[in-house]
Design a protein. Structure first.
Length: 228
């Protein structure tokens, strides 16, 4: 009986610890009142319509963010498990929500992607150190639901720029010459060409994200975001 009592007390203690950990980990919007970070907001969802954006209950974009639109960087309080919400313009109807953990002084771009049950909020940390030697600094993000989950990216000469970028993932940064850039997306497994895209005026010293997604008709498109 004494042994049973010990085990019962031990299990009760474990349950209390687990409950405390769960409560702590589930606590939302833990704000660092002395900290700040920078956030850019992009609407990459073709069917969403104009959106507003809130972070930890604070309205950062009040509306008018249409498909392919990107805000400027906005300074906001940093924190942990901050709830991010895209809302249909002029309403409290949440189109998609996510969470963001960020340290002080960093920069993020948050994207609204997908539609319907696949609508989602994806966050990507940005490196805003300018490229040297007259180069252009770019990264690629896969936000398409219709394209294969894994995609290879080549330049116009057929050289490999990115060996694989998976859905909802960003590539590492690449350095290219300013001016025109043509890229080809190829299914990693099928090796089928998914599309060819051109960007005509990339500026030396600038940083871009080239993200691919689907348009309202389900066709693969690629758009750019300027970061500096």
């Amino acid at each position: 009986m004494k042994t049973t009592s010990i085990y019962r007390n031990l299990l009760t203690g474990v349950a209390l610890v687990v409950a405390a950990i769960c409560f702590s980990s589930c606590k939302k919007n833990t704000i660092d009142p002395s900290g700040q970070f920078n956030i850019k907001v992009v609407n990459a969802s073709p069917n969403a319509g104009a959106q507003s954006f809130t972070l930890a209950g604070n309205v950062l974009v009040s509306g008018g963010l249409n498909f392919t639109d990107a805000s400027a960087y906005i300074t906001a309080p940093s924190g942990k498990n901050m709830v991010s919400e895209f809302k249909n313009e002029g309403t409290n109807s949440v189109y998609a929500s996510g969470s963001l953990y960020t340290a002080n002084g960093v920069s993020f771009t948050v994207y609204l992607a997908g539609k319907g049950s696949s609508a989602r909020v994806k966050n990507f940390e940005d490196d805003l150190a300018a490229p040297n030697n007259g180069k252009v600094k770019i990264k690629f993000i896969h936000l398409s639901d219709n394209a294969p989950s894994d995609v290879k990216i080549k330049n116009s000469a057929g050289d490999e720029l990115v060996s694989n970028v998976s859905r909802n993932i960003a590539s590492g940064y690449k350095y290219v010459d300013p001016g025109a850039l043509s890229v080809q997306l190829v299914g990693l497994a099928s090796k089928n060409v998914l599309g060819n895209f051109s960007f005509t005026d990339l500026q030396a010293g600038k940083i871009y994200t080239l993200y691919f997604t689907d348009d309202a008709n389900g066709n693969l498109v690629m758009n750019q975001v300027l970061h500096n």
